[in-house]
Ligand binder design. Sequence first.
Ligand SMILES: O=C(O)CCC(=O)C(=O)O
Ligand SMILES: [Fe+2]
Length: 272
Amino acid sequence: MEASATPLGYGSKSIGRNGDVGWLEYILLSVGSGSVAAASLPPPLGAALEEYTDAVREVGARVLELMAEGLGLAEENRGVLRRVVASDEADKMVRVNHYPPCPCPLAAGQRGVTGFGEHTDPQVISLLRSNRTGGLQIMLPDGHWVPVAPDPDSLFVNVGDSLRVLTNGRFQSVKHRVVAPADGEQSRLSVIYFGGPAPTQRIAPLPELMREGELSMYRDFTWAEYKKAAYKSRLGDNRLDPFELFPAAAQDCSSNAVQPPAPAPPHVAPVH
Ligand SMILES: O=C(O)CCC(=O)C(=O)O
Ligand SMILES: [Fe+2]
């Protein structure tokens, strides 16, 4: 069965509304007061979800503080990134992905089928946990895919597009994808917290970070605007492109500059 979360809720195979497909089923929830999706869960599950999200968000906020320190921000400014995801109005989403083993026969040279197609996360920071089954891969600047070793005791941290803009490209959002388990392998299960800004938050390079004469590489936008644009796009699109002010300069230092074009998935795309 193919079902699409719209955009929240349960989905199977169909990711988003724009034709992206993968070998998975998932549930995508918005967490926090006023969130329809979390409020519709059985109360103990809703409470557990909020508790988990708050705990993992705090880890993300701490990582952002360390990143601010690493960027050389003065001590009094080190909370500037943390506050983007930790404010009361900040957008909190959780996705649970389940990738059953795919019984599909593989053609010669084909390493698997796409569980989740290549993309960057649009938010500020994502923290992922998984079971012991691998499949997650990240793309290096030279276009090579490298596997992320599964470790149920670790959190995998991803920089999102918004953090890339907030740091004027100093941190890059990295393309990642999931290859579904082959027939006979264990299912992969992952839980991802996506730390986003408040809807009205202006996403622009932090003034505290800009050097004298440094120009923003992006035109200003709000998180609500970017989220809407992200939902309208395909998974593999470089979603920041329409917001770039100096495309050539932004691409020069972009990990996405050398991406091969995303293959158009006929149904569930093979992975070579
Ligand atoms: O399921 C995974 O391991 C990664 C999925 C992912 O990248 C996402 O949901 O944004
Ligand atoms: Fe992702």
